[in-house]
Design a protein around this ligand. Structure first.
Ligand code: HEM
Length: 161
């Protein structure tokens, strides 16, 4: 019973992490970036973006870790690795893919070069840089929401296949 309570706790933390993280991505995608794109003063646009996105970056790193650790804990607890070999658990593949992309971007690519690359591109052509940034966020948000919908349906028995 105690083991099972640990599993439920992992699930609680998983959903908690996912809500804060993907909710934040939704805010950045549907409110923050579109508002920044309407600012004409290019210096304040990039400055504001760095301040606001920088703060969200810390939250995104922590919540990505919480969702990842609790997610893998559930897979290990159920010894459910073979689910990765079955197509009807596509939502598990998609969740893991979304997590991998964000982990790579937040912990590796951004500190290495992505941040500076975006700054340079914005200095050259701000509208284009923010349009690309917005497009990338729309794709990632779309994949994340699909993973959320598929995961809730899938882990409660609707598998679509
Ligand atoms: C390392 C990456 C991840 C792993 C290993 C993982 C693993 C899991 C597992 C095993 C479950 C099923 C729990 C159960 O049926 O009891 C689950 C549920 C869920 N996951 Fe993930 N997950 C990961 C990342 C994500 C991401 C990135 C999202 C959101 C985009 C997400 C959203 C959800 C949701 C919404 C549920 C359903 C919870 C419920 O209905 O109770 N997960 N995850």
């Amino acid at each position: 019973m105690q083991d099972y309570e640990g599993y439920v706790l992992a699930r609680v933390l998983h959903v908690f992490g996912v809500i804060l993280w993907i909710g934040g991505v939704a805010f950045v995608t549907t409110v923050l970036i579109p508002s920044l794109r309407r600012i004409d003063d290019l210096d304040s646009r990039i400055e504001l973006f760095e301040k606001l996105e920088g703060r969200f970056g810390v939250q995104a790193k922590v919540t990505t870790l919480v969702a990842g650790i609790s997610g893998f804990y559930m897979v290990i607890f159920n010894d459910a690795w073979e689910l990765y070999l079955q197509l009807q658990f596509w939502w598990l593949h998609l969740m893991t893919l979304v997590w991998l992309i964000f982990t790579l971007v937040l912990f590796v690519l951004e500190p290495l070069f992505l941040h500076q690359w975006f700054r340079d591109m914005a200095a050259e052509n701000s509208d284009m840089a923010f349009r690309r940034l917005h497009g990338m966020h729309i794709v990632l948000l779309g994949l994340s929401l699909l993973a959320v919908l598929g995961a809730v349906a899938g882990s409660h028995g609707i598998l679509f296949f």
